[in-house]
Design a protein around this ligand. Structure first.
Ligand code: GTP
Length: 428
């Protein structure tokens, strides 16, 4: 296996040029009152269990505790997956815990102390909370809408279809409610690779857990039935169907008369609870969506502390930032054959954080394109990614990018699970 490295820290390319056309990820934790650090280093420094004991009153503990509970729940509910995990562990470095994305945290968390009760708003009987699945075909604007609702960028957005691969869980909280959003990969009918099938399985898991479902359609396209999206997301409809809102997105792109006709069509020919036209890009109609969701969510305490906006670890966002830059910089099939893994993430008290990323492609010819003549293309990519990662983490980092060839990784079930497509990601 060939290996090419590039150290972006020494790059001299100009910041101005590299930022063109890219939008920045922001912090995954809000900090409205500056009470707590945005990125507690302890999240990265300690394994889950150590954390559990060492900092019982720390807010980070709260966040990690939920993850631990979630893991316990997973091990109880997904016994049948244990064999698969064993198989997967042959790929694992054994150092990281896995966090499941397919199980909701338990609402009846029995062991909460007073601090937790207060933090999760257990006291307010009118508080609402729940899970919302965002479904739709590729490129209809699911990630744009999720980012708008959360108020910051968590999912990557590009003009190319099928950019979202993992379910990205975003959390939107106010004192009165908490909406936990699953931004899902676009529903595709033609599954070319095992990667596609595994992504679709994750779409189903998201919808099965949801208290209500948003189905997005593109207002510019000819109206079309949404049965296959629902079937892919909700299975055979035999179970109780959650409330469904049809979101007619990109309303800014069509004339009002045309929009009215499309609204009428969807109201007549789809079996949904309501249709709302929006422009996710410009935030028009987003409040209407929130109000609809709120009317469907059950009363209950928050699932997560109110200043948490995602349960993904930092390394997940680092790999997503690199993937976004690949989508922006390369054409045709290249972005689709790339898998980005953070292989090492070391915080260093007296030096910049060290992050080592590998980009996996399927063929040597793809690697050559990715690297470019004299390594120039990879250099541009790594520098653009580093700038955005630094912006996201709010600190300087030393980023090392490698390109590797793993033939047919998109068909290799063990590898796909190791890369997180089995509904589990590395927790730290
Ligand atoms: N004009 C306009 N463009 C939009 C709107 N919403 C999204 N877009 C654009 O549509 C493209 C796709 O948006 P995404 O949010 O990545 O779509 P997605 O459904 O998450 O895509 P997948 O990852 O393929 O599933 C991007 O170029 C967005 O800027 C909108 O309301 N108006």
């Amino acid at each position: 296996m060939e290996l090419v490295s590039y150290n972006s820290a020494t790059s001299t390319l100009s910041r101005q040029n590299l930022l063109t056309g890219s939008s920045s990820f922001s912090k995954f934790r809000t900090n409205p009152d500056n009470r707590r650090p945005l990125f507690p280093s302890s999240i990265r420094k300690y394994p889950l269990q150590t954390h559990f004991h060492v900092q019982p009153r720390n807010f980070t503990y709260q966040f990690v505790l939920l993850s631990v509970r979630q893991q316990i729940l997973v091990s109880e509910q997904e016994n049948e997956e244990e064999e698969d995990e064993e198989e997967m562990s042959s790929y694992s470095d054994g150092a990281s815990s896995l966090l499941s994305l397919s199980v909701k945290p338990d609402r009846n968390m029995a062991l909460l102390d007073d601090y937790e009760l207060e933090e999760l708003d257990y006291s307010d009987p009118n508080h609402r909370s729940g899970y919302v699945a965002v479904l739709g075909k590729p490129n209809v604007g699911k990630s744009t809408l999720s980012n708008q609702m959360i108020g910051q960028k968590l999912s990557i957005v590009t003009d190319k279809p099928q950019t979202t691969r993992h379910r990205v869980l975003g959390i939107c909280s106010t004192p009165e409610y908490q909406m936990v959003l699953y931004d899902t990969p676009g529903v595709i009918e033609k599954k070319m690779h095992m990667l596609d099938s595994m992504m679709m399985k994750n779409v189903r898991n998201a919808a099965v857990n949801a208290d209500c479902v948003l189905v997005l359609v593109d207002a510019c396209k000819v109206p079309d039935k949404i049965d296959e999206i629902l079937e892919e997301g909700l299975g055979d409809f035999s179970e109780k169907m959650p409330p469904i809102l049809l979101v007619l997105n990109k309303r800014d792109m069509i004339k009002p008369g045309e929009l009215a006709k499309k609204l009428e069509w969807y109201e007549k020919f789809t079996n949904v609870d309501e249709v709302i036209p929006v422009s996710a890009k410009y935030g028009q109609g987003v409040e209407d969506i929130k109000n609809w969701i709120l009317s469907k969510l059950p009363t209950g305490p928050a699932y997560y502390p109110k200043d948490i906006v995602s349960e993904h670890p930092e390394r997940f966002f680092v790999s997503e930032i690199v993937r976004e830059k690949i989508f922006i910089q390369y054409r045709k099939e290249i972005p689709y054959v790339c898998q980005v893994n953070v292989v090492s993430y070391k915080t260093r008290p007296t030096a910049k954080d060290f992050i080592q990323v590998e980009i996996v492609v399927e063929k040597n010819s793809q690697k050559i394109i990715l690297i470019g003549k004299d390594g120039k293309a990879l250099k541009v990519l790594a520098t653009a990614a580093r700038l955005d990662i630094e912006n996201f983490l709010q600190k300087k980092v030393y980023l090392e990018v490698e390109v590797k060839v793993k033939e047919n990784w998109r068909q290799d079930e063990g590898l796909l699970k190791y890369y997180g497509y089995g509904g589990q990601i590395k927790a730290l």
